[in-house]
Design a protein around this ligand. Structure first.
Ligand code: RP5
Length: 169
């Protein structure tokens, strides 16, 4: 059975910033579930989600949080599934704190991270992780990439038309 993506946000205030992740997953036909759990406000819930994620059919976990953003690290400490942090823009440091928390994990319990506010790429990355063992998802990613490339060609056509020239390549 196809593996799902678990999307955890540290607070419902993260909702708008993480929404692009599941929009991408929907566009690629990847199953997902979304939940709120906080590493410091509901630590037992975070641990339970992480420990049960594999047997609940998940293949990768996205963890969206701002501030000290220890959510992804705590999840990773409680599962061997791949965990991807999504640093959220919040507070006086504007997401830099969340990014650094994610990419500076001490050795032994790794997490990956997208950029600040990188929910869209988090969706694509989660799909790519599942695509390593799911040919259907891989085919949909290929199809998306092909459409994206066609869109760039169309952009070039418009730019060349503005310049009054034919394309360079
Ligand atoms: C983090 O603290 C959450 O992920 C959120 O990004 C940030 C602020 O949370 P709220 O105070 O808005 O609930 O844990």
């Amino acid at each position: 059975m196809a593996r799902k993506v678990l999307i955890v946000m540290g607070s419902d205030s993260d909702f708008d910033q993480i929404t692009p992740a599941w929009k991408v997953l929907e566009s690629l036909g990847v199953a997902y579930e979304v939940t709120v759990a906080s590493a410091h406000r509901s630590p037992e819930r975070v641990v339970a989600l992480a420990r049960n994620a594999r047997e609940n059919g998940f293949g990768v976990i996205l963890a969206a949080a701002g501030g000290a953003a220890h959510l992804a690290g705590v999840i990773a400490a409680n599962t061997t599934l791949p965990v991807v942090a999504v640093p959220v823009v919040v507070g006086s440091l504007g997401g830099v704190d969340a990014l650094l928390s994610a990419v500076q994990m001490p050795g032994g319990v790794p997490i990956a991270s997208v950029g600040i506010g990188g929910a869209r790429n988090a969706g694509y990355f989660a799909a790519a992780i599942l695509a390593a063992s799911d040919a259907d998802v891989e085919a949909r990613i290929e199809s998306f990439r092909s459409e994206q490339a066609k869109n760039v060609e169309a952009q070039d056509g418009r730019v060349q038309a503005k310049l009054g020239k034919a394309g360079a390549a």
